[in-house]
Write a protein that binds this ligand. Structure first.
Ligand code: B12
Length: 209
């Protein structure tokens, strides 16, 4: 864990944070370890936002920093890119929620680990998921959401998939900030993944079935 990186991100020192990440990558740090530090920093940013110390501009800058850091870390993540395609995944951030950094990491990690990924973007209505399942024929569907509000969006999506008669043909995983097993049950998903690698493990397990 790099406390220096966590502090630089959470204190909004963008340039320093990027320099630190570049140095860490050059000195051989594990990309996933860097992402763990980023997550810890984002939790602090979120907390400060809740406490009224930070406002929307800081949230936006945090998002921007995250995207920039991802660009530096990505090449390291794709080094072990799989050659064979294991299966197909449709993923998106559910309706009402526009957070996409976590989803993009999951999407990217699925891709480099051998999955063909159709990423529907953010604020995706349930119907768009059902259409994509019909057209793209995935084995796995991933629903992302960072707002508490997104839990209802996830449930509505799972319900729409059921109503369209497509539920039995796919496995559904959910993830994002506050998601846990209780939310998984509420939503009616098959599993939840706490991070991108958990999502990859679930997809691999299901693609084998
Ligand atoms: C950056 C950020 C923003 C940026 C988003 C930029 C972007 N392009 O995504 C901006 C500024 C746009 C934003 C807006 C808002 N935000 Co905001 N935001 C954040 C912040 C600081 C970081 C989120 C993030 O990207 N984290 C980094 C990633 C990497 O997180 P991660 O959890 O490690 O991701 C992993 C897992 O979640 C998992 N995962 C994610 N998706 C999936 C999917 C599947 C299938 C699987 C298996 C796994 C998985 O894998 C990921 C990679 O390992 C969080 C605070 C926090 N602690 O997260 C608040 C936070 C999520 N935001 C919050 C709020 C309130 C808002 C706003 C409503 C603010 C406002 N008043 O307008 C708006 C929402 C607008 C909307 N309709 O969506 C609240 C939500 C509170 C709640 N309970 O609902 C939080 C928690 C802050 C807080 N503590 O108050 N936000």
């Amino acid at each position: 864990m790099s406390q220096k990186l966590i502090d630089a991100i959470s204190d909004m020192r963008e340039e320093e944070a990027l320099e630190l990440v570049s140095e860490m990558v050059e000195s051989g740090a594990q990309p996933m370890a860097i992402l763990d530090d980023v997550k810890a920093a984002m939790d602090i940013v979120g907390q400060r936002f809740e406490e009224g110390i930070y406002f929307l501009p800081e949230l936006m800058l945090a998002g921007e920093m995250l995207n920039e850091i991802m660009e530096v870390v990505k090449p390291g993540l794709s080094e072990s890119a799989a050659e064979e395609r294991l299966g197909k995944v449709v993923i998106g951030t559910v309706e009402g929620d526009i957070h996409d950094i976590g989803k993009d990491i999951v999407s990217f990690m699925l891709n480099v680990n051998g999955f063909e990924v159709l990423d529907l973007g953010v604020d995706v209505p349930a119907q768009k998921f059902t259409e994509a399942i019909r057209d793209f024929q995935p084995q796995v569907v991933g629903l992302s959401g960072f707002l508490t509000l997104a839990f209802d969006g996830m449930k509505a999506t799972v319900d729409a998939i059921k109503e369209a008669g497509l539920r039995d043909s796919i496995k559904i995983m959910i993830g994002g900030g506050q998601v846990n097993e209780t939310i998984q049950e509420y939503v009616g998903a098959d599993a939840y993944g706490r991070d991108a690698m958990a999502g990859v493990s679930l997809a691999k397990e299901w693609a084998k079935e």
